[in-house]
Design a protein around this ligand. Structure first.
Ligand code: ADP
Ligand code: MN
Ligand code: MN
Ligand code: MN
Length: 346
């Protein structure tokens, strides 16, 4: 028997985007616990915008468990928030709205700024550093400073220790701006791991006096890039059957559902999706082969492979909730007929 530190992590009820919350309970196990061995737990929903004061208990239901590399016998437990009956999803529980599809794969590219003393890490007290140019994928003190790389490396190791499918890191276009990518098979996997990776990043940077700024345009209407969270997606059908007619029907459905997508792609996206800085205007849907100025980028490989493979929706922003993003993408995909129905309609 050993004492395990279980960090139960969930999303609160703040809008337009939820915050991460977490609290620890200690339990005895013979070895690292499985999901099935983890009990339901509760919290005070009146402190998280999830309940009124009078009857404020909400239920935490574990849905994924990861080893916590920062704690001895530590586990990170991703939870869904349930009503007091323990089975009805709370209205703020967007994970529960994702269609189950083991054949759905997502790859999210999280861009973000590190902020210290109210400004991007490396910015002078007043004014701006040298203009954008050398920072993207840059190296050297004047490009990335002295602590950012240490943080992203530690974050990578924590993600790998947790079993999170972290795929890579790059310094981004603005000073103090970075990116990491998470890929997962199954409709909820990448989104779960993205929230957990965000948690690990925010916890790690506490001791550096650094905050993670997820806002999509923290420097406003300037020549400094905003932050996105491109959503790369595919389904079994798109990877193995695809075809031009299906692809065009899918893009027509994306165009038709433009507002539903924008509604969950993160707040203030109109400030980022302006048509400048490698973006498409937020209110006009477009797609293009290898086009980083389109809403959806179609990789060269997709066309070469007879319209099979994955697509990149470039509109989701850095502050978006990957649960809501995955949920909406899969809803739109599900509205498009596949197989014989496509040829009949085409
Ligand atoms: P870029 O910055 O050029 O858009 P990245 O390498 O940062 O490219 O991101 C590409 C993303 O696409 C990765 O997260 C990767 O996991 C994801 N991806 C690759 N193949 C698939 C696929 N078949 N289905 C879904 N996502 C995929
Ligand atoms: Mn990228
Ligand atoms: Mn990027
Ligand atoms: Mn991308």
């Amino acid at each position: 028997m050993a004492k395990y530190k279980l960090e139960y992590i969930w999303l609160d009820g703040y809008t337009p985007v939820p915050n991460l919350r977490g609290k620890t309970q200690i339990k005895d196990y013979d070895s690292f616990p499985t999901l099935e061995q983890l009990p339901l737990w509760g919290f005070d929903g009146s402190s998280t915008m999830q309940a009124e004061g009078r009857s404020s208990d909400c239920v935490l239901k574990p849905v994924a468990i990861y080893p916590d590399g920062a704690r001895t016998n530590g586990a990170l437990v991703m939870c869904e928030v349930m009503m007091p009956d323990g089975v009805t999803p709370h209205s703020t529980n967007k994970r529960a709205t994702i269609l189950d599809d083991p054949g759905a794969w997502f790859g999210f590219e999280q861009e973000y700024f590190m902020y210290k003393d109210g400004r991007p890490l490396g910015f002078p007290t007043t004014g701006y550093p040298a203009p954008q140019g050398p920072y993207y994928t840059g190296v050297g003190y004047s490009n990335v400073g002295s602590v950012a790389r240490e943080i992203v490396e530690k974050h990578l190791d924590l993600c790998l220790a947790a079993g999170i499918n972290h795929e890579g890191i790059n310094a981004e276009v603005a000073k103090g701006q970075w990116e990491f990518q998470i890929f997962g098979k199954g409709s909820k996997k990448a989104a779960d791991e993205m929230w957990m990776a965000r948690y690990l990043m925010q916890r790690l940077t506490e001791s550096y006096g650094i905050d993670i700024e997820y806002h999509c345009k923290p420097l406003g209407d300037t020549d400094w890039n905003g932050s996105g969270m491109h959503a790369n997606f595919s389904t079994e059908y798109l990877r193995t059957v695809g075809g031009k007619a299906y692809f065009e029907a899918l893009m027509a459905a994306f165009e038709k559902n433009l507002m539903e997508h924008i509604a969950v792609y993160g707040p203030d996206n109109d400030k980022r999706l302006t048509g400048k800085h490698e973006t498409a205007p937020w209110n006009k849907f477009s797609y293009g082969v290898a086009d980083r100025g389109a809403s959806v980028r179609v990789p060269h490989s997709f066309i070469k492979n007879d319209y099979k493979g994955y697509l990149e929706d470039r509109r989701p922003n850095s502050q978006g909730d990957p649960y809501q993003i995955a949920s909406q993408i899969l809803k739109t995909v599900a509205s498009v007929p596949t197989g014989a129905k496509v040829s009949a309609a085409a």
